[in-house]
Ligand binder design. Sequence first.
Ligand code: RM4
Ligand code: MN
Ligand code: MN
Length: 431
Amino acid sequence: MTPRMPIDPELIAKHNARLQQDLAADYDHLGAVLARRGVDLEAVTARIQRFAVAIPSWGVGSGGTRFARFPVAGEPRNVFEKLEDCAVIQQLGRATPTVSPHIPWDRVDDFRELREFAHSYGMSFDAVNSNTFEDLPGQLSYKFGSLAHTDKAVREQAIAHNLECIEIGKQLGSRALTVWIGDGSNFPGQLNMTKALERYLESMRVIVAAIPDGWRAFIEHKLYEPALYSTVIADWGTSFICATQLGANVQCLVDLGHHAPTTNIEQIVSRLIQFQRLGGFHFNDSKYGDDDLDTGAVNPFQIFLVFNELVDAELRGAPGFAPAYMLDQSHNVTDPVESLMESAVALQRAYAQALMVDRAALNSAQESNDALMANRTLQSAVRMDVESAIKMARQRNGGAIDPVAVFRESRYRQCKASARPQDLTGKSGIV
Ligand code: RM4
Ligand code: MN
Ligand code: MN
């Protein structure tokens, strides 16, 4: 069955035809440059074609700050409409075939129907995210935490929610549960930090016992927010300890925004790979904190350095290496569809550049302590203009050479602005 296409394929074909000749010339040129470096462009393009990153369902709506939210016209009002927007991102960009749902934001009566709906667009579901940081009417409050709460009844409610997320995931065809908690404290002394972690582990043990065979549980650390003095899973060290305590199917997720500025994230990635606990990523970018800006918008070199570790692990066949890639961004001033398409490209770019690192030269520079040459080896890869390889990969996968241009010309957003009248009452900062 051919998947439903939210954008007219004719429009993509027309655009591609216009850009075809220039792309072929740029691609040939890149091939010649790479050949001189001993890199086979076709092999790189084939790997870019296979690269995939999940879209966060919450990312296709406008985010917001603590101050205000400025919804984009025609933003999705429910998970079906979110999937439709995700399908646009995939149809044009061809790097995002899966969606990571968030419960309860994406709750529906019939999850099998939702799965079928996604399939009709050629999309499927990635890790299910549980949410125990927000209160729902009629429930016990998470104001003072969830899985690590002092009150057993609250912990049980949070556990039950995660168990339900696993059941939902089974119906959606997911293979992972992502648990991020907001638990922590706002004042020194407020929380017994040891007891809180003990309670967290006790709760997580129940959840992990319900993780089906072939699934993974991802735990996600975060330095601060909503708890502003201490968080229970504050850093990768705590996350790593918890994963090792909880079982082989529990791995650490690295959300790039969840670190103090200047933290050496690529080194964290290297450590987690080495000890087989790298579950995957929530990609985004930031300048100050958990800004959730578009991936690669502020510090593309950081993304490259992360991919340098990932490619190194891939090439040496690091045991247990199977990171799940997801975006986790909040779009305040851009069209979320455009931001997500550009972010997937930023990852492909970092991946392609990391594939171009002369590994033999890097290794010999490292072994001989030639710091300058080692750094020059990385710098020369990151300076490569790999756009034509990415465009070629996208076109070969059936996408648009210039996804943003096609998206704008399609007037999809304008159509949705009238097709999806918004009820703006009672909407909070996040989708
Ligand atoms: C958190 C964390 C989680 C995400 C929520 C929306 O800061 O990054 O992964 O689900 O935000
Ligand atoms: Mn995240
Ligand atoms: Mn976050």
